[in-house]
Design a binder for this molecule. Structure first.
Ligand SMILES: [Zn+2]
Length: 198
């Protein structure tokens, strides 16, 4: 590897590992960044450095932000009585983009999996149960994936919460679990509006 391009090559290699990019897109992106140094590269580098220090999980819901408790959890405009349970932060962000849900969230950080030995304590399930105890929650919407692990997780949570709170799930046929991101806002809205009691 030529010394004079080593850093740039390393940058391309790292960028190529990003979701949705590959070596070809990474090369184009890096070239673009360097050509737009003042407009793109410098602000991006500054922001990355900042976010590398400040990004953290919300202690209450697991959303990613730059404060100990995220904007959604602290907002007075959000309905406190509804918690939407999602697998991943990407699902939460997708739901927010669709603008259909006005309550608060709880990010599990994955699904139960016997194969990968992921149990309830490996996810944010204990934190969810304690929120039901301490917050005035009337409805929990289980917006987890239609996969076997997703459904196992939904059943486990439903068992734990049975009789304590109204339980609903998104309308069937929605592929979720880090995949809400790929749905258009209308589909998410329809699934949320047509949610059913479990
Ligand atoms: Zn939060």
């Amino acid at each position: 590897m030529n010394n004079s391009t080593r850093d740039i090559d390393s940058l391309i290699e790292l960028m190529a590992k990003l979701p949705g990019l590959g070596p070809r897109s990474a090369r184009r992106a890096v070239l673009h960044l360097i050509r737009k140094r003042a407009l793109m590269l410098t602000p991006l580098a500054d922001l990355m450095q900042t976010v590398a220090v400040t990004a953290r999980e919300c202690l209450r819901c697991g959303n990613i932000g730059t404060a100990d408790i995220c904007d959604i959890c602290t907002s007075h405009k959000r309905a406190t009585g509804e918690i939407c349970v999602v697998e991943d932060v990407a699902d939460l962000w997708a739901m927010e983009r669709s603008n259909v849900f006005k309550g608060r969230y709880h990010v599990l950080g994955g699904t139960l999996s016997a194969l990968d030995s992921i149990g309830p304590d490996d996810l944010r399930i204990p934190q969810l149960l304690s929120r039901i105890e301490t917050e005035d929650v009337q409805e929990v919407i289980l917006a987890v994936g239609a996969t076997i692990d997703g459904q196992t997780t939904a059943h486990y949570i439903a068992d734990q919460l049975e009789g304590r709170v109204k339980l609903t799930s998104l309308a069937q046929g929605v592929p979720i679990g880090g995949e809400l991101d790929y749905l258009d806002d209308g589909t998410i809205t329809a699934a949320m509006t047509a949610r059913k009691e479990i």
